[in-house]
Design a protein around this ligand. Sequence first.
Ligand code: 5RP
Length: 236
Amino acid sequence: MRGTLSPIDKAKYAAARRAADLVEDGMRVGLGTGSTAAWLVRCLGEMVREDGLKIRGVPTSSRTAALAREVGINVISLDEARWLDITIDGADEFDGNLNLIKGGGGALLQEKIVAAASDMMVVIADAGKEVGTLGAFPLPIEVIPFGWQTTQALVEETLISLDVLGRQTTLRMNGAKPFVTDEGNYILDLHLQRIGNPRQMALVINQMPGVVENGLFIDICDLVCIGHGDGRVEMR
Ligand code: 5RP
C-alpha cells in the first residue's frame, strides 16, 4: 500500500517513520491528531505488534484514540500517565524558531495540553508546512458555544490594536452545522495572512473571555522531522 502513496503522503510517512524511531520501550507517548500523526500511530502499532514494543499512548482526540486502539497500542488517559516522555504530532505551519500553528484538524486544545505535559514534543510534517513567518494558514481559536458571536466580535475588535493585516474570523463548519470539538466547543478560524509577533498574539487572544485556547504553539516544540516526497527526512 505504501508503494502507491502520493508524494505528499510519502513525505508524511517518512517523517512519521523517523519520529517513531525516537520511541523506546516503556515510554508514555502523546499521540497527535491529523493525517501525518495517523501515520505515526500506524508505525507505532506495527512496532507494538511485530517488535513487541511496550508503550502507553495518550491520544489527543477521539479519532486518534480509536485508531490507536485499532492498531494495538495500549491507550491510557493523560491523568493516568501524569507526565509523558515524548509527544509526536503534526502541524499546519512551523517557522524557523519551531513555533507552530496547529488545530487544522480541530484538536488543538488536547494537543496543547498533552504537548505541554511532555518532556519532548516532536513535530512531523511534510516540507510544505515550513514557513518564514506564521499566519498564511488561518489561526484556529477554540471558543465556548455560549455567546460565540460576541466572542468573535471581541476577537476582531481587539486585533485592531495589534499590527496585523487581517482580522476576519469564520466559524468552522461541519456541513450545515458548526464543527464541534471533542470538548464540545466551536472553532473560529482567524485569517491574518501574517503573524509578526506570535507570542504576543497568543497571549492577547487567550485573555479574551469565551476563548478556550488558540492554535499557536510557542516554545513547545523541540524538534521537527521534515519529510520529503523522495523519502528523505531532515531534522531541525
Ligand atoms: C490537528 C492538527 C494537525 O496536526 C494539523 O492540522 C496537521 O494535520 P495534517 O497532518 O493532516 O496535515 O493540528 O488539530
